[in-house]
Write a protein that binds this ligand. Structure first.
Ligand code: PNS
Length: 162
């Protein structure tokens, strides 16, 4: 992959999990610059404020020097054009993700023909992992240690139980 390319890793990240972090880490090794974009998803009611989601991601990746984390409330295609990003990186867990991801990729291509969506297959151990599962487990007092890094574990528990 070209180190000239600016790539964006968008998502709700409500909250970020080991699944997301694996994709972000792999993308950071493939591209010169990666911008993790905490974006709005109108079909989701997020539990964490965008700023909280940004902070949690930053806490998890202090060593990834070519990765920036931002919040953007507009269209991803517009953000990509603004920052000159030509790749959108998404993780694919299973076939159930595919239809939704395919639709978003085609829509983003229509809105910004200069941007390509690239899919990274998730690690096998993260296949089942989702932010909503993490929230449900935290809410019911379960152990979320194997789903999120220690450094954000308490932030999640505190927020969910509020
Ligand atoms: O983690 P998610 O919820 O699957 O991520 C979806 C997200 C946030 C990437 C998507 O909803 C998005 O791109 N939102 C920004 C607004 C936008 O551009 N919508 C049109 C997408 S085709």
């Amino acid at each position: 992959m070209s180190k000239e390319i600016i790539a964006i890793c968008p998502g709700s990240f409500d909250p970020v999990t080991y699944g997301h972090l694996d994709i972000i880490t792999r993308a950071s090794g493939m591209f010169g610059k990666v911008i993790v974009v905490v974006a709005g998803n109108t079909s989701k009611n997020c539990s964490f404020l965008p700023e909280e989601r940004v902070e949690m991601i930053k806490k998890c990746i202090p060593d990834l020097k070519n990765v920036e984390v931002v919040h953007y409330s507009g269209l991803l295609a517009d953000y990509a054009a603004e920052v000159g990003a030509t790749a959108i990186i998404k993780g694919l867990r299973a076939m159930s993700d595919f239809e939704y991801e395919f639709q978003m990729a085609l829509t983003n291509k229509k809105l910004n023909p200069n941007v390509e969506t690239l899919f990274l297959t998730t690690k096998a151990e993260n296949m089942y992992l989702s932010s909503s599962m993490v929230k449900q487990i935290a809410l019911m007092g379960g152990d979320i240690s194997s789903f999120v890094p220690e450094v954000i574990k308490q932030d999640i528990i505190d927020r969910i139980k509020k």
